[in-house]
Structures are given as structure tokens and as C-alpha cells.
Design a protein around this ligand. Structure first.
Ligand SMILES: C[S@@+](CC[C@H](N)C(=O)[O-])C[C@H]1O[C@@H](n2cnc3c(N)ncnc32)[C@H](O)[C@@H]1O
Length: 294
């Protein structure tokens, strides 16, 4: 395969998505482009490069093909344990107290608007991560329906977002999900199960390109989509970016969190590699960070 053109395409991909195919990752780019060329019946990269530049439809298809979408329900159980055992009870207490205080105000806020919880799953792949978060919240909150919960779940891959929004998972993918959760939050169908609307309703799935957000663009969705988040899951995403982009992403996630908010990263994404103002959560036993209150 023509190396100079491969470089050109790698540069294009990085500019549009931040996905970085340097060094040993270059073989993934080569392999996936070869498959795409075969699919399109194109003889070489020169034809493909011309096609890519002149077809608006091809760019998202290529970016989708280049993503690595490995995920599972309740991936990194320690993080979910800390979420349910420590973060949720604290939030219930602090937000609950805010509601009680609001009763003493002249114009109380409308019900449901105070116990608000906004969560971002950035790079959510096929949906197992946001559904795990939603199920964990439903299983832990004493009055889940009293909360105004919104989980914004986005991914660069259109095909992943379609799978996530459908919410159907076969038996293989359901491994790791406790049977009680399947019984409570899903309906068995064929060889698998589909997520119930009550859980789906907490999540807004969208195509999200972190490149746009790093560049200062808004998150997809309505204007209030740009309110800061209480919790951000951005796990196993930045490992696919260059070190410079990783630093920019850490800064961006800091900006998107409320003071006191939590950031969950992947096992291979410790923040001590970057300049940052997060505080590691010392007793979490896994990678969870907090944006400290000023
Ligand atoms: C390995 S998966 C991780 C999924 C999930 N967060 C987890 O930890 O199980 C990485 C995901 O990041 C997504 N991704 C890569 N680059 C992205 C970008 N620029 N914007 C949004 N998502 C991106 C990929 O499409 C992929 O689904």
C-alpha cells in the first residue's frame, strides 16, 4: 500500500476525529482501508483518497470503520461499586437537602428540577456503558423517579449509536450483567434481551465527535446540553488519541464538569501523565477523579 497516501489519510483522519494511527497502530489503518477498498471495488489508495475528498458520505463511514468499539456491561466493576456505594448516597443526601432548603424559599423550584443529575458517557460505543450507569442508578437511588436524570451518551461511530439506541443485546453480550438486572430492566427476546423504555428514557444517544468538543464546539443537542455534568465517563477512548490530544481532552473534560463532579477514566488512562487540576479519589481503589470545589 502506498505509504505516502497512507500518511495523508492518517493525517486527515486525525484532523477530523483525533484518532491517531502512528507506529504500531498504523497496521490497523492499513488493514481497514484494504477492506474498504475491496468493498468499494477500488484498485488503490489514490482512487480512494479522491473519493474520500469528494464524497460527504464517505468520511463518517471511514471514521466508523476505524473505531475500536470493545465494551461490556459493568466494565470495571470497582468503578460501579464506588458509584453506587459512595457517590449516589452522597448525592442523595446533598441534593435532598437542597430540595428541603428550597421549600423555605419564596418561589420554590418546580418539583423534579432540583434533584437533577447530568451524566456524560463520551465514547459510549454500543451502549453497554450508559445502560450500566442507568441501571446502577435505578437499583441504588431510593426514589429514582423523583430525580431528573439525563445521561448524554455519544460516540463517533454511527453504527454503534444505532445499536445502542435499539438496546438489544444477545446472550454473549449480556454476560457480566446480573440476572436480576436483566429481569428488572430488560425484556427477554429471542437469544437475548432488550432494554426497557424506563431505562432507555434516561439516555439521550447521539453522534458525538470529541474533536468538535475539544475545539470548543457545543455538545450535540439542545442548548441546555451545554450545562456542566455531575459525572463524566470517558473510558478507554483517549488511548486512541495522541499525547497532545489526550492533554486537551483532559482539559475539556475538566471544563465540562461541575465543581465537585467526578470523572471516570479507563484502566490504562491514569491522569498523572498529564497536567491537570483533578484530585484522584483516594479510597476508590480504581481510576476516579474529582474536580474539587473552588
Ligand atoms: C474501546 S471503546 C470504549 C467504550 C466504553 N467507553 C467502554 O469503556 O467500555 C472506544 C469508543 O470511543 C469512540 N471514539 C473514538 N474516537 C472518538 C471521538 N473522536 N469522539 C467520540 N467517540 C470516539 C469509539 O467509536 C469507540 O466506540
Amino acid at each position: 500500500m502506498e505509504e505516502a497516501l497512507l500518511d495523508t489519510i492518517a493525517h486527515f483522519v486525525q484532523k477530523r476525529s483525533r484518532l491517531c494511527f502512528r507506529e504500531q497502530k498504523r497496521s490497523i489503518l492499513r488493514q481497514r482501508l484494504t477492506e474498504r477498498l475491496t468493498h468499494l471495488g477500488m484498485p488503490g489508495l489514490a482512487d480512494y483518497w479522491g473519493y474520500l475528498r469528494n464524497s460527504a458520505k464517505e468520511e463518517p463511514i471511514l471514521l466508523d470503520l476505524l473505531t475500536i468499539n470493545e465494551t461490556s456491561f459493568f466494565r470495571n466493576p470497582g468503578q460501579f461499586r464506588f458509584l453506587t456505594e459512595r457517590i449516589v448516597p452522597t448525592l442523595e443526601k446533598t441534593r435532598g437537602e437542597e430540595v428541603i432548603r428550597s421549600w423555605g424559599r419564596a418561589a420554590p423550584a418546580p418539583p423534579g428540577s432540583i434533584m437533577k443529575l447530568r451524566i456524560l458517557c463520551a465514547g459510549c460505543s454500543t451502549g453497554e456503558e450508559p445502560y450500566s450507569v442507568a441501571m446502577a442508578l435505578f437499583a441504588t437511588l431510593r426514589y429514582p423517579r423523583a430525580w431528573d436524570i439525563e445521561i448524554l451518551a455519544g460516540d463517533l461511530s454511527d453504527s454503534c449509536i444505532r445499536t445502542a439506541a435499539a438496546g438489544y443485546y444477545d446472550a454473549e453480550r449480556l454476560k457480566g450483567l446480573p440476572a436480576t438486572h436483566i429481569d428488572r430492566y430488560m425484556e427477554r427476546r429471542g437469544n437475548g434481551a432488550v432494554v426497557k423504555d424506563e431505562i432507555k428514557g434516561l439516555i439521550r444517544f447521539c453522534r458525538l465527535n470529541l474533536n468538535d468538543v475539544i475545539n470548543g464546539g457545543p455538545l450535540p443537542g439542545p442548548e441546555d446540553g451545554n450545562e456542566p455534568f455531575d459525572i463524566i465517563f470517558c473510558r478507554n477512548v483517549m488511548i486512541y488519541f495522541s499525547p497532545e490530544t489526550q492533554q486537551q481532552l483532559v482539559d475539556t473534560l475538566f471544563r465540562l464538569l461541575v465543581p465537585g463532579g467526578y470523572l471516570f477514566t479507563g484502566d490504562a488512562e491514569p491522569l498523572h501523565l498529564y497536567d491537570h487540576e483533578f484530585a484522584p479519589v483516594p479510597d476508590a481503589g480504581c481510576l476516579i477523579y474529582r474536580k474539587m470545589e473552588a
